[in-house]
Design a protein around this ligand. Structure first.
Ligand code: ATP
Length: 367
């Protein structure tokens, strides 16, 4: 009988609960025991009642609840081998042989590091008499499956991550509210949205709300005098009768000279050059989302079911899979390749090499 642990790690995103529910219920339906690990990797390291066997009813009502009800954390001890050794002991003592991790690239890297140390960790536990010969023998293999939970949609090898559409929906609702007050007072608003080095949320929000201008990390403005170009465009729109002006700035946005752009800078330009009554809104943590939109519930559910399938079909030879989505089909991709590509894209953007970043993003389809 397979014993599967499910945990959520890193920043929370809407739909993580739906993923946990799907893993628990699909696992039980397929004859497995399923354990929830509370507080991310901290729960693995600490053990005790942070690792709890789940029943069908334990995840009742999880679908519509935002964030993650089993908790998440950033866990420093798991980054060190002694912490992972302790985690291994807690798994083995409960007979757990597989872990489904729902998190961002950091969490999935951690999962693969853990697997790569197997069975060395077991050997060390046996040498220190922390597990028995029998436990050592019956836990030769550890199966890891990754689900990508992130509002940023910044993971390679998947079209979309769990939580991104909910975050986008909340941003659009907030921008719509801002637009109505902006129209009333004929004001300009500069709205900063999350996404770290990835402009997906900002670009999608700009398209979905009909923003006048958007600043992204991956595509800095091309005009030498981008300030004048932006003001000209906004002025033309105002001349057409538009009473509000909306500029969206991604948190990692860059200017022509590849320096960070901050919303206050844009506000000063709009106020000083165009004489617009301009306000800045930083949406902040409302963007984490709250109750997931239907798509995130669906995505997390089909991917959670697939994660259990991946556990059951895993062999010691196959690399850990990451469950993704490509052209509306659920996919399995090698987890470490997806993580490596994600880091390579982030590095290329960090080095301001946007061509390389695009080339790397396109290359994922050849994996
Ligand atoms: P987000 O996208 O929201 O930042 P994330 O999963 O990338 O999510 P991180 O803070 O990078 O978030 O990682 C979450 C946790 O995963 C860390 O606190 C740590 O416990 C574990 N982790 C990350 N990287 C490693 C690693 N290289 N080795 C072992 N564990 C790691």
């Amino acid at each position: 009988k397979r014993k599967i642990a499910v945990l959520t790690s890193g920043g929370d995103s809407a739909g993580m609960n739906a993923a946990v529910r799907a893993v628990v219920r699909a696992g039980i339906a397929r004859g497995c025991d399923v354990f929830a690990v509370y507080e991310g990797y901290q729960g693995l390291v600490d053990g005790g009642n942070l690792i709890k066997k789940m029943s069908w009813n334990d995840v009742r009502g999880f679908l519509e609840v935002g964030g993650t009800s089993i908790g998440t954390a950033r866990c420093m001890p798991f980054k060190q081998r002694p912490g992972r050794l302790q985690a291994a002991e807690h798994l083995v003592s409960r007979g757990i042989d597989s872990i489904v991790v729902c998190g961002g690239d950091g969490s999935l890297t951690g999962a693969d590091v853990f697997r790569s140390e197997w069975p060395g960790l077991l050997d060390e536990l046996l040498a220190n008499k922390r597990i028995t010969e029998e436990q050592h023998k019956s836990h030769r293999y550890l199966t890891i499956v990754g689900l990508v939970g992130s509002i940023d949609n910044d993971m390679s090898s998947t079209d979309i991550t769990i939580g991104a559409y909910t975050s986008l929906a909340r941003i659009c609702e907030s921008v719509d509210s801002i637009a109505s007050t902006a129209i009333s007072h004929s004001r300009a608003f500069v709205v900063e949205v999350m996404g770290r080095h990835c402009g997906w949320l900002a670009l999608m929000a700009a398209i979905s709300t009909g923003a006048d201008f958007v600043f992204l990390p991956e595509k800095p403005p091309s005009d030498d005098d981008w300030q004048t170009a932006m003001c000209d465009r906004l002025t033309r729109r105002r001349a057409l009768g538009k009473r509000n002006t909306l500029v969206i700035v991604a948190e990692g946005a860059l200017d022509k000279n590849l320096n960070p752009i901050k919303p206050e800078q844009i506000k000063d330009i709009l106020s000083d050059r165009m004489g617009l009554d301009t306000r800045v809104t930083t949406l902040g943590h409302v963007q984490r989302g709250g109750s997931p939109v239907a798509y995130d519930r669906y995505l997390a559910t089909v991917q959670g079911v697939e994660a259990v399938e991946a556990v059951l079909r895993a062999t010691p030879e196959t690399p850990s899979p990451m469950i993704g989505m490509s052209q509306n089909k659920v996919t399995w991709r090698p987890l470490m390749k997806a993580v490596e590509l994600t880091h390579a894209v982030a590095t290329a953007i960090g080095n301001k090499d946007f061509e390389k970043a695009t080339e790397l993003r396109d290359s994922e389809f050849k994996l």
